[in-house]
Design a protein around this ligand. Structure first.
Ligand SMILES: [Zn+2]
Ligand SMILES: [Zn+2]
Length: 387
């Protein structure tokens, strides 16, 4: 106080926040909407190489995937039971081969600060990631980058939640297991990350550990789980440029992904027509610069919808509710129009509720999933690729 006047108030400097989102430059061209194939897969499952797993040989898992038409899988055994030496068990198992299912290389990075899944199209030195698990995030992030792998935060709000910086992951497990109700906080964390400018892919994973015993005497105390949660609960759909491991990982990184309750449930596809010429220009995972003009969005439910039933399509905009629409087997799409802000970021994503499609191979999963049918990744506007 000088002569009764608050000098701070008088001399308050004009301050600008250097981190305020500035107008972003030219974004890379949008990838093709037609040059690709929809593939479905499982991204979190444990075989007998995880010590708390039972009756789940890799051969059993892959035969099941083939049976239900799963196109790709990452068997994510825990790394710690073999001191990180993943390359010498899961991947080296003679049963780790398939003539129909694309096998990704990965493991569940199992650490004091939680769990994350590593995904790769080819073998990598997992031991290096295991070795730095208790180091500071800048060190972990550098090692992860050097390995060239896709890292994903697992069950972010449950037991063994991912306790590292989300700046070093490409995706988040927003749908863990058939028990949908436990994922509410994971969805909240995902929206927080998206709203703060982190373009992270949302994905699912059953986290199944237990298979069918060869004979009744081989059953374990967890055998009952097999009927309720197994490969495909939930199912990840990726729009991949080819039927290859690398194209699957790339689609996952780019967010051209939606998740359905099981392999037979409808798949949600989300498109936007930027210039309103009647043809979509972008899909979920894609990022465009907003012109301030209205954009027409289209949500398509593909696959087999249950006749005489209604599906509710909830649109989330920037973490909040934008609107709710109805679709059914006869009219399996909805459209809406909105103008993304010309400055600052905007994202839209989709959640679909409705009747459960039967999954006879995992019959008790339907009740656990409740009304949750599918979710999409966002369509993004003005997200800075250099964030
Ligand atoms: Zn875990
Ligand atoms: Zn797991």
């Amino acid at each position: 106080m000088i002569n009764g006047v608050n000098s701070f108030a008088q001399e308050k400097p004009v301050r600008t926040n250097p981190w305020t989102p500035a107008e972003i430059g030219v974004l890379p061209p949008l990838p093709s909407l037609t040059n690709g194939v929809w593939l479905k897969g499982e991204l979190h499952l444990h075989s007998r190489h995880s010590k708390e797993s039972s009756n789940n040989s890799i051969g059993k898992v892959l035969a099941f995937c083939k049976l239900v038409g799963i196109d790709f899988i990452c068997i994510t055994d825990h790394d710690n039971h073999v001191d990180g030496d993943v390359a010498n068990n899961t991947w080296a198992d003679p049963e780790f081969k398939s003539d129909s299912v694309l096998l990704l290389y990965g493991a569940e990075w199992t650490t004091t600060r939680g769990h994350g899944n590593a995904f790769s199209a080819k073998p990598y030195d997992h031991q290096r990631l295991f070795d730095v698990r208790d180091q500071r995030d800048v060190i972990v992030g550098a090692v992860k980058k050097g390995l060239g792998i896709h890292l994903s935060a697992n069950h972010p709000s449950g037991k063994d939640n991912f306790g590292y910086s989300y700046d070093m992951v490409e995706s988040v497990e927003v749908w863990n297991s058939s028990l949908w109700s436990k994922n509410a906080n994971a969805i909240m964390i995902w929206d927080d990350m998206l709203s703060s400018g982190r373009k992270l892919t949302g994905r699912g994973g059953s986290d199944a550990h237990h298979g069918v015993p060869d004979s009744p005497d081989k059953a374990s105390s967890n055998t009952y789980q097999r009927k309720a949660n197994y490969a495909g609960t939930p199912t990840n759909w990726v729009f991949a440029t080819a039927r290859t491991q690398q194209a699957v990982v790339d689609a996952l990184t780019n967010g051209r992904v939606s998740v359905s309750a099981n392999p037979f449930a409808p798949r949600v596809e989300f498109y936007a027509d930027l210039d309103q010429n009647g043809k979509p220009d972008m899909m979920m995972g894609d990022n465009a610069k907003s012109t301030g003009k209205p954009v027409k969005f289209r949500v398509q439910l593909s696959g087999k919808l249950i006749a005489d039933s209604s599906y509710t399509i909830n649109v989330v905009k920037n973490g909040g509710s934008f609107g709710s629409f109805k679709a059914n087997a006869k009219t399996s799409f909805i459209e809406f129009t909105d103008s993304p802000a010309i400055t600052g970021r905007t994202y839209y994503r989709i959640m679909v509720e409705g009747p459960q499609t039967a999954y006879p191979q995992v019959p008790e999963s339907m009740a656990l999933s409740g009304n949750m049918v599918a979710l999409s990744n966002p369509i993004f506007f003005n997200f800075d690729p250099n964030f």
